[in-house]
Design a protein around this ligand. Structure first.
Ligand code: SF4
Length: 334
């Protein structure tokens, strides 16, 4: 693999967040930095002009991207002006998703993805300091947005204590009217054997439901053509291979960034670039070209494991919870 197509371009516009979820693995959140306009513009030019082609999607995330509303709008308008067709998404906790923001997203066809854990009690116990009032406000923002015709999906995080109520929480979110619900286990939490088995069983049950929508990063999609990479821009200007790299401590992220955007200009790290291409290539090859996006995410956990020893248990947990044999574990004993 000499070059790989970019699939998603994640832009971690800010490290600031309104919440402090106990399972968050965004290592540098406390630094509170923001991607500068110049860095974003240089990144955009670089990623759209790669010989392997530009990304299929720009995903703006954080931290909480709506905290940098003016900058976010400017970035979205820049991307939309360049391409009317490209998919643009914003990941948010939904607290700041007011009428003005919804109207802007609707006008520019932005897909909104909200992070929630399910019912109020499940969400409030880990997404802190979320109050009952704020939880209700998020649900209202979602309801109004859906009524206005906005494309809103959800990422549901499952913690070990909520494994048994996965279905209950999922059904609660389904009733809110989301277009899709991605279910993902909280990697940093301490899972015991019984909780892992419960998660796998409940997940497999959901997966085998008729008419189900996407579960965990589009794992029911057909395989994507050819090898691909996610490219994620992290403050202040490092480029890594996707959101899993959020867990890396700053010096490791810096050392392993494929490209760095600084005031001095653009610096390509050829060593890191060929190292990661080789790592992904080897894993893609093992699946004989039949990889779906979900496999890519699991490859990333596997690769990151060697770079951040402190996160290796979390990587093992995710791989154990999500490596199913054709999702045929409905009868696994708990
Ligand atoms: S809302 Fe997201 S970025 Fe913020 S603390 Fe929670 S998981 Fe982390």
């Amino acid at each position: 693999m000499t070059e790989a197509r970019a699939h998603n371009a994640f832009i971690y516009i800010t490290e600031k967040c309104l919440l402090d979820c106990d399972y968050c693995f965004f290592k540098d959140k406390s630094k509170g930095r923001v991607i500068s306009w110049d860095v974003f513009r240089d990144f955009y030019c670089w990623i759209t002009q790669r010989p392997a082609g530009g990304p299929a999607c720009f995903e703006f995330t954080g931290g909480e991207p709506l905290l940098e509303w003016n900058l976010l709008k400017k970035m979205i308008l820049w991307v939309r002006k360049d391409s009317r067709r490209i998919r643009i998404g914003v990941q948010t906790n939904g607290i700041l998703l007011d009428e003005d923001k919804r109207e802007f997203f609707k006008k520019f066809r932005i897909a909104v993805e909200i992070g929630l854990d399910g019912r109020q009690d499940a969400t409030m116990s880990h997404r802190k300091p979320l109050s009952a009032r704020l939880y209700r406000m998020i649900l209202k923002n979602i309801k109004d947005g859906l009524k206005e015709g906005l494309d809103i999906s959800c990422t549901m995080t499952v913690t070990p204590d909520a494994a048994a109520s996965l279905k209950r929480n999922f059904d609660h979110l389904k009733r809110q009217g989301f277009s899709d619900i991605d279910v993902t286990p909280a990697a940093l939490c301490p899972w015991n054997g019984a909780e892992k088995r419960l998660f796998r069983r409940e997940y497999a049950k959901l997966f085998s439901r008729p008419g189900r929508r996407n579960l965990f990063v589009q794992d029911d999609l057909a395989s994507l053509p050819g090898p691909f990479l996610d490219l994620s821009l992290h403050p202040p200007g490092y480029v890594c291979c996707g959101d899993v790299f959020l867990c890396l401590p700053e010096p490791v992220k810096k050392r392993n960034s494929l490209v760095s955007f600084t005031k001095q200009g653009v610096e390509l790290n050829r060593h890191a670039y060929s190292y990661f291409l080789r790592q992904y290539e080897k894993r893609f090859r093992a699946l004989n070209g039949a990889a779906v996006y979900r496999d890519y995410v699991l490859f990333s956990f596997d690769i990151v494991k060697a770079l951040n020893k402190g996160f290796s248990k979390g990587c093992d947990t995710i791989m154990e919870l999500l490596t199913f044999q054709k999702y045929q574990h409905q009868n696994e004993a708990v």
